[in-house]
Unconditional design. Sequence first.
Length: 374
Amino acid sequence: MMTYPSFHPPIRTLMGPGPSDINPRVLAAMSRPIIGHLDPAFVGMMDQMKVLLQYAFQTENELTLPVSAPGSAGMETCFANLVEPGDEVVVCINGVFGMRMKENVIRCGGTPIVVEEEWGQPVDPQKLENTLASHPDARLVAFVHAETSTGVCSDVKTLTQVAHARNCLVIVDTVTGLGGSEVRVDDWGVDAIYSGTQKCLSCTPGLSPVSFSPRAVERIRNRKHPVQSWFLDLNLIMGYWGSGNAKRAYHHTAPINALYALHETLVLLREEGLEEAWERHRHHHEALKAGLEAMGLSLLVDEPHRLPQLNAVRVPNGVDEAAVRTQLLERYGLEIGAGLGPLAGKIWRIGLMGFGCNQKNVLLCLHALEAVLT
Ligand code: PLP
């Protein structure tokens, strides 16, 4: 009979659009012994996790938890619970992930109204305002805070104010934002927000922290139609993630060891401090940018809208961008990302995310790129 060796991945430095490198403390937490997902010790850990996630999101929202599936499931959780058949939803598209939001609206039976931006530009609040003015029945506005496909950051606070002035709730994608740049759910008045664990939180992929405001919860509780997805129906998930001493009811088997990892990730974030983590991302981004510019390379996104954690770098004329990435991987074990959609072949995406956002990685990346390009 055929036998197979165990899988041992090669050593890499991950500086693409995610996943990012994981702190050994988080990997160690994941290998701790499994216990039952209704064990009182586990439930106690879940309670702590909620508080830690509230800190990461800067919110007191009671409904704050990690969905047991990747960022795409966090996205679907927001749309499946907040969109009802026939709802008009304004979706702002300035990259790949806004396009996915539109697809979600359609699949929930809603009607998407699109505010389109050039890729590499942030969402324009004035365009949103104009669109809302001509669609008075819209109930929701959705946009991406940190667009991973372009490295652009949109102004969540202003967009949310514009939406609220027209009586719309907002859904925000901060899969790449959380832990890497400023996110203030309560101060900004965000109603529903989702993230991912594999970007600036530097945890194992496959979990999606989400948070819902009391207004969003009220809308979910008062839906006319049941949520089409059983697994993502928050009315049911709330029974498992419940609050305080409420008895937890089985909903699905939680990804127990992955949740140990997320807990440790959040403990680390708390130890560093959220604002300190944002500042670390900004600091190393500045160093990377200076080195890239010294090599004659330029960034796609205009200065005030750049994400420090996702650097979209223009590929110089005549350079085979895929060959460069292959060389980086083969010679330096370094992964960077390619461009997507209209930016395919035109940019590289260099991630400085979470644990991987450090001086050593900045220097490795600059040295390796220079060696490969000359
Ligand atoms: N939204 C954004 C902005 C992302 O960058 C990603 C993943 O890269 C997703 C959503 C989807 O997350 P996942 O791949 O974990 O499903």
